[in-house]
Design a protein around this ligand. Structure first.
Ligand code: ZN
Length: 283
């Protein structure tokens, strides 16, 4: 099932069209995506058994790029991001492979819709396409083999990064440099975990103005999704709606020769196999 936040209302995206969750369920389920993620199993069962009528006949493809799409979760309690989590990205950055996940946060005010504009704050603003995990159930001390049970689903995200601020000072600090306005678009919708057999076997790519710079596969991750969920849950309690940015593959702007940074007018398209694509215009 694909659950979108369309014009602020929880909306199921089918191949035949859209279902407004609150209206079709006569209020049994909320118009808030956050609340729907908290009871995703029930919602999915209702969707499969009640066979609600499709309203607007827009297909998923026609919905890509739609400015009405908001973030698939609007008020996560916690947002985690993982640094240096792809082998080829570690290589291009001249970094050794981490022995444990390198975790930082992106502050919530940077969260935005999948197709929102990106106000460029500097001459060294960079792109990082990432697989984003949305947690569906409270989880503490979960074993790696059970960890994916805590996952509601997945979406595409951009970990936009201001490299000068990020690398200023010793040690480098990440969280602020990755939290400027609209530095965290996610979407286009949540694809539930049951539709993704293996989150660590998905092609992932990002292009700027039609030129592809990132083209990899989530199988290049140092720590896979299950390992990350298990690792985090052994320190903090994960809660429904929590967001995990799982790291960027290689091909980021700062690693290009010469370095390539974003400027107003650039169009950034980020795509993951089975999850769809998001598009941001730099302004
Ligand atoms: Zn990142």
């Amino acid at each position: 099932m694909r659950l979108a936040n369309l014009a602020g209302r929880s909306t199921i995206v089918t191949n035949d069209g859209l279902i407004d969750v609150a209206t079709s369920s006569q209020g049994a389920f909320s118009a808030s995506v956050d609340k729907c993620i908290g009871q995703l199993d029930k919602l999915q069962k209702w969707f499969e058994t009640a066979q609600p009528q499709v309203g607007d006949a827009l297909t998923p493809e026609e919905l890509f790029g739609d400015p009405r799409l908001g973030p698939v979760v609007t008020s996560p309690q916690q947002i985690f991001a993982i640094g240096i989590n792809y082998r080829h990205h570690a290589e291009e950055m001249g970094r050794a492979l981490p022995e444990e996940p390198m975790v930082f946060t992106k502050f919530i005010s940077a969260l935005c819709g999948p197709n929102d504009e990106l106000p460029v704050p500097s001459a060294t603003t960079d792109f990082e396409v990432e697989l984003v995990v949305i947690i569906g159930a409270s989880a503490r001390n979960v074993l790696e083999e059970n960890a994916l049970n805590a996952v509601a689903g997945y979406c595409v995200g951009q970990d936009f990064s201001e490299r000068t601020l990020q690398m200023k000072g010793t040690p480098a600090q990440f969280s602020l440099a990755k939290s400027f306005r609209h530095f965290m678009p996610i979407g286009p919708w949540l694809t539930t975990a049951d539709e993704i057999t293996n989150p660590n076997k998905l092609s992932i790519r990002c292009g700027v103005n039609g030129v592809e710079y990132q083209n990899s596969n989530t199988d290049d991750m140092v720590f896979g999704v299950a390992r990350l969920v298990s690792y985090l849950s052994n320190i903090v309690e994960l809660r429904p709606g929590d967001v995990i940015f799982t790291g960027s593959p290689h091909g980021v702007g700062v690693a290009q020769t010469p370095p390539l940074f974003l400027k107003p007018g650039d169009r950034i398209v980020s795509e993951i196999q089975g999850l769809g694509k998001i598009e941001n215009l730099a302004v």
